[in-house]
Design a protein around this ligand. Structure first.
Ligand code: UDP
Ligand code: MN
Length: 251
């Protein structure tokens, strides 16, 4: 009886949204026993995401919650000060608490943003995590990768471009949590959008675990299965291409 991987993805409307969802969904489809919880940052669920999920062939749950104005990152605001996707991930945690009985369904939760790239191998490794498991993520500034340094099945240090003072200097894409931890052991734990930069991952992890307890995944943290990719925003001008739009727009 394979444990289920619950993948939580906050997502929001923009030109590249469907391309991002397509790319990551194909990695998810290649994994066994995966349940995708997609949380739109919107007042209402959109048809684009709804139809996409329906035809995805994946087991999924479609939720939505709009980030309140004060928590939204506006133009020119420093990236690390306003973490994104916070309300969305917390809503997914609440959904799990209401809908999943960990005595009947074993599994882990993974917070997979829509802009990263995932090798489906990671899901087969993370599903066996008993508490909180960690692994490296590639491309994060000059450090080239960020995450735990592991020895003999324990995390002995962290590698990062920045912020080694953080209690858990790991990326959102670098850990997964057994659902028992979040549902039974720590039924109130959630992400907190702190004013200090880069603290979102730590805000949850320090409520539920310690560095000593972390379980190394990906062969003692020696393999990269997740990349911090970034999709270029396409040009949105149709100057000089007006004829194209009249011929109809494919979807
Ligand atoms: N996101 C969101 N609402 C927003 C901006 C982002 O729900 O207004 C989602 C986004 O799709 C992604 C996650 O939140 O899945 C993290 O966002 P992003 O990758 O932009 O944050 P960063 O990696 O820069 O911290
Ligand atoms: Mn991102």
């Amino acid at each position: 009886n394979l444990p289920t991987v619950f993948v939580v993805t906050p997502t929001f409307k923009r030109f590249v949204q469907k391309a991002e969802l397509t790319r990551i969904s194909q990695a998810f489809k290649a994994a066994k026993k995966l349940h995708w919880i997609v949380v739109e940052d919107s007042v209402q669920k959109t048809d684009l995401v709804g139809n996409f999920l329906k035809s995805s062939g994946l087991k999924y749950t479609h939720l939505n919650i709009r980030t309140p104005f004060t928590l939204r990152r506006h133009k020119k605001e420093f990236r690390r000060l306003k973490p994104r996707g916070v309300e969305q991930r917390n809503l997914a945690i609440e959904w799990l608490r209401k809908n999943i009985d960990p005595q009947r369904t074993s599994g882990v939760v993974y917070f997979a943003d829509d802009d990263n790239t995932y090798d489906s191998q990671i899901f087969d490794e993370m599903r066996w995590i008993r508490g909180v498991g960690v692994w490296p993520v590639a491309f994060t500034g000059g450090a080239r990768w960020a995450g735990p340094i592991c020895k003999d099945g324990q995390v002995v240090n962290f590698h990062a471009n920045w912020g080694l003072f953080r209690p858990f200097p790991v990326d959102m894409a670098a850990f997964a949590v057994n659902i028992k931890k979040l549902i039974l052991d720590f039924p109130k734990a959630k992400f907190i959008a702190l004013k200090r930069p880069g603290m979102l991952e730590s805000s949850l992890l320090r409520q539920i675990t310690t560095v000593k307890e972390l379980e190394p995944v990906t062969q003692n943290c020696s393999k990269v299965y997740v990349w911090h990719t970034r999709t270029e925003t396409p040009k949105d001008s149709i100057l000089g291409e007006r004829g194209l739009i009249k011929k109809g727009t494919p979807s």
